[in-house]
Ligand binder design. Structure first.
Ligand code: HAM
Length: 419
């Protein structure tokens, strides 16, 4: 009997996993520069954690959670996102009030699978606790921007907005609610449901064309912002300009999760469909720590979708071919010499492989080519007798001999020059 992976899940096989490795390694290189610490939390959590944080009326909680009862009848879910889990862990482990954390791992949402939208997908996220400063918001957005730049994604747009606070929110939501109810006949069924669930703000997030027309004429949040929100929004925009981070203001950007309280942002690509064009998204969530039983601590953060970033890099033709530094070619009598050299090269930070099966010289050379080796080291009878190694530069075709004792040093120089 043959098994197949479940719909909406994927095997990241070597043809693509190079790209994933590139994304993960380079993202963490940038994160490291910001002094952020790693946190790892479980993939299964109490269902109520997400009901209370992501929100009872959201699509994620209403329709998309993978939930089950465990053997003791408890309601468990596969985490649909990372923020709530990190906040839970932050409170449960009494972490320092001021701390920046990062994480990576699979998230699960029972969505309609399509390109860039999977049921199991991977996120790298950052959550910053303990600062209410707009400078922190700017720092977090700059971090996200630095990551996408480092990954060499050529086209993306940053959209930002500010959500109304406790003071200015109610007046705006009342006005918005009245407008949407008046126009509800022309909204999609999903949006009608959102109005019934008193989740008016979620309608602004709808990507359906018929809803977009109504949303575009909806009352704008800008007119309702209180003095503090207006000031914060102006400051973040100035800071982003000072940091040379291009952005667009989008007053309809509301995000699909309930916990946001202030500045929100999304990095959008035009390389994937309109329903899954967000590569990275986040914002401020100052009430969540308190709402989940912790102290009154402000927080902000984002998560990036690895699957989508990989799709965009592929669409932009940035396939990462991972080269190997060295392929060692030997004959059956000298496999052991090759094996020992293999280990020595790796100890010296040179990536190297060889074939342990007794294959012909020609087929080993072909394999070296397939593995995209920068150099081939040949260990034959002559080389053994005269204590040298023949080395072939696979890019230029040039071949020369290097004495055994100078091999590592010379090879490093050549790798620096040609790789
Ligand atoms: P989110 O917008 O739901 O936010 O997800 C963040 C990113 O995860 C998206 O921009 C997208 O790249 C990726 N993503 C989401 N759903 C899928 C899917 N079905 N398939 C593939 N990729 C997907 C959050 O999850 C928040 N926790 C972000 C955050 C952190 N806000 C503050 N801190």
């Amino acid at each position: 009997m043959k098994f197949q992976r479940l719909r909406g899940t994927k095997d990241v096989i070597p043809a693509e996993s190079n790209l994933w490795q590139y994304i993960i390694v380079n993202t963490f290189k940038i994160i490291e520069k910001y002094g952020i610490k790693l946190i790892i939390t479980p993939a299964i959590e109490d269902k109520n954690l997400f009901v209370r944080s992501v929100g009872e009326g959201t699509d994620i909680v209403v329709k998309e959670m993978y939930e089950f009862k465990d053997k003791k009848g408890r309601d468990i879910v596969l985490r649909p996102e990372g923020t709530a889990s990190v906040v839970r862990a932050y409170i449960e482990n009494s972490l320092p009030e001021k701390i920046d954390l990062c994480y990576a791992g699979p998230m699960f949402r029972y969505e309609k699978p399509q390109k860039g939208r999977n049921r199991e997908f991977y996120q790298i996220g950052v959550e910053s606790f303990g600062s209410a400063s707009v400078y922190k918001d700017a720092e977090i957005i700059k971090l996200a921007y630095d990551i996408l730049k480092k990954l060499c994604i050529s086209s993306f747009i940053l959209k930002i907005n500010i959500l109304s606070c406790k003071e200015c929110g109610p007046v705006y939501l009342k006005e918005l609610g009245e407008y949407l109810k008046k126009n509800s006949d022309n909204l999609c069924e999903n949006c009608k449901g959102k109005i019934e669930r008193h989740a008016m703000i979620r309608v602004l997030d709808c990507k359906e064309e018929k809803c977009r027309a109504i949303i575009n004429n909806a009352p704008s949040i800008k007119k309702f912002l209180c003095e503090k929100c207006t000031k914060n929004f102006a400051l973040i925009k100035n800071l982003l300009k000072d940091l040379n981070v291009p952005f667009e203001e989008d007053t309809n950007l509301v995000r699909g999760l309930d916990y946001y309280t202030g500045i929100v942002f999304e990095f959008i690509t035009d390389k994937l469909g309109p329903q899954q064009n967000t590569l990275l998204a986040g914002g401020r969530y100052d009430n969540l720590v308190r709402d989940l039983g912790g102290k009154d601590i402000p927080a902000t953060g984002f998560a990036m979708g690895i699957d989508r970033v990989a799709d965009v890099l592929l669409a932009e033709g940035k396939k990462q071919e991972k080269n190997i530094d060295v392929f060692i070619v030997t004959d059956p009598e000298r496999i052991k010499n090759g094996f020992i050299l293999l280990s020595e090269l790796r100890e010296n930070n040179i990536s190297a492989v060889m074939n342990f099966e007794s294959r012909s010289f020609k087929s080993q050379m072909r394999e070296a080519d397939d593995r995209k080796a920068s150099f081939v080291l040949i260990l034959g009878e002559d080389e053994e007798k005269n204590k040298f190694v023949s080395i072939k530069n696979m890019k230029t075709g040039e071949q020369k001999q290097i004495a055994n004792e100078r091999l590592v040093e010379e090879l490093k120089k050549m790798l620096e020059k040609y790789s």
